[in-house]
Design a protein around this ligand. Structure first.
Ligand code: GDP
Length: 436
């Protein structure tokens, strides 16, 4: 429970072993006792006390630790509600922490990212943002703008004094410096996207090339059904693996081939679509057979995409050479593997790491923007910095220049939530789960 009345409500339902006046109970302490429904004991519990302003929400808070289980927890919840508490909305605790000024919007958003993180690297970015790493960068940029803006405003307020050229120079320099910082943040989003969403990897190949076997070999478990019949993988199977702390989404597509079968047709168009959307395509070929028409179609799909060609089944007699021109013209990355014997998988991991500079992402401790809302506002800010620079170069009146400069500040404020609208705030917190 959080809020003014939380201790008062608690008192009505909690009977501590050693009762004490709430005034004398220190924050960050626990008390042992019973939750009571009138005379009836509901559960034996520990209650933690947090006193304002030193709590998650900055309000008076208490947490009841019961033995758990559906019935007991529901009963305790009902007792709280009956005695004056209201059910929290999704994300309400974090929302209060934000509205009460303990954390900014970036930090609140990082709480969701942290909870939802799928890899260690993503969790690390979440923690960094919760600790305020991105927020302080944004504030630093804002301060840099404000320092210059003060001078410009003076010039506007006292037009009788000529604006010294040095002021314009200072403004231009500020815009340049701010743009560079913002562009660096904007560029980090590509890595941020990878950290957050993983590398979308489509595995394509004609039926029986060994797609499911590859997936299984990578996952080391039998999630996909390996079969000797053609085209059983009618829909797609998605799995997530971690390479160097980065999530890789592997999508096994239906075999690409000409077919009259309706269900398979859906699968095939899905394969092509999937390949279009993917960050990486792994095209797999059965090297124990000559290249066929369908293989050539696959080579066509991967042209101009980030791709890796796998010549599978190297344990069998080889009918396709890695020096084959048709392969080389479709992709620079050709590896030989045996999905069955699990050979060549390490080289595949190394290749993916190399293609996406994953080592760099891991070592690089730079700030990373992972949130599309932040990224869009940064892009907007960069545009305004450009417009301000242009207005300055074209010797437009200073109040026009300041409009663009103030827009940059608005973008920064919207990121941290200083001026975010209620609509935006509600949308952000609606993504939270209950009790957070
Ligand atoms: P998919 O239709 O592309 O998903 O192909 P599967 O993974 O179902 O494999 C088709 C057949 O090829 C199965 O019988 C697999 O056991 C076999 N297979 C897959 N990889 C290899 C390999 O590296 N060597 C050999 N000899 N057989 C393989």
């Amino acid at each position: 429970m959080s809020g003014q009345k939380s201790f008062e409500i608690l008192q009505k339902i909690f009977s501590p072993k050693n009762p004490e006046d709430i005034k004398n109970i220190k924050g960050y302490t626990m008390k042992y006792g019973h939750i009571m429904d009138g005379e009836e004991i509901v559960d034996e519990v520990l209650v933690s006390y947090f006193k304002e302003p030193n709590s998650y929400t900055t309000e008076n808070m208490c947490e009841i630790n019961s033995h758990g289980g559906n019935i007991i927890v529901k009963k305790i919840l009902e007792l709280c509600l009956k005695n004056g508490a209201e059910l929290a909305e999704a994300g309400e605790f974090t929302k209060r922490a934000f509205l009460n000024g303990r954390i900014d919007l970036v930090q609140a958003e990082s709480v969701i990212d942290l909870i939802n993180s799928k890899s260690q690297r993503e969790a690390k970015t979440g923690v960094e943002q919760l600790e305020g790493k991105l927020s302080s960068k944004i504030k630093e940029i804002k301060q840099e703008i404000l320092d210059t803006l003060v001078n410009i405003e003076v010039s506007i307020d006292y037009p009788e004094y000529d604006v010294p050229e040095t002021d314009n120079l200072q403004t231009a320099q500020m815009l340049e410096s701010v743009s560079q910082k913002l562009i660096k943040l904007e560029n980090s989003f590509d890595n941020g996207k990878i950290i957050k969403n993983g590398i979308k990897t489509a595995i394509i190949g004609k039926p029986n090339a060994g797609k499911s076997s590859l997936l299984n070999a990578i996952l080391n478990e039998n999630r996909a059904i390996v079969t000797e019949y053609e085209g059983t993988t009618r829909d797609t199977i998605e799995e997530m693996v971690n390479i160097g702390g980065i999530p890789i989404n592997l999508i096994d597509t239906a075999g690409i081939r000409d077919t009259e079968d309706y269900v398979e047709k859906i699968g095939i168009s899905k394969s092509k679509k999937m390949a279009e959307d993917a960050d990486l395509i792994i095209a797999i070929f059965d090297s124990s057979k000559e290249l066929e028409k369908e293989d050539l179609g696959i080579l066509e799909i991967i042209k101009n995409k980030k791709s890796i060609i796998l010549l599978n089944k190297i344990d069998l007699e080889n009918k396709i050479s890695e020096n084959e021109e048709r392969l080389k013209s479709a992709s620079k990355n050709i590896l030989k593997i045996s999905a069955l014997n699990k050979t060549g998988l390490e080289e595949l991991e190394e290749k993916i790491t190399e293609l996406f500079n994953l080592n760099e992402i891991n070592l690089n401790d730079d700030l990373i923007v992972t949130n599309i809302r932040h990224k869009n506002l940064i892009t907007q800010a960069i545009k305004n910095a450009g417009d301000a620079k242009k207005a300055l170069d074209e010797k437009m009146p200073l109040d026009i220049v300041t409009i663009f400069i103030k827009n940059i500040i608005s973008c920064m404020d919207e990121i941290t939530g200083e001026v975010a609208t209620e609509e935006i705030i509600n949308e952000i917190f609606s993504k939270f789960c209950l009790g957070k």
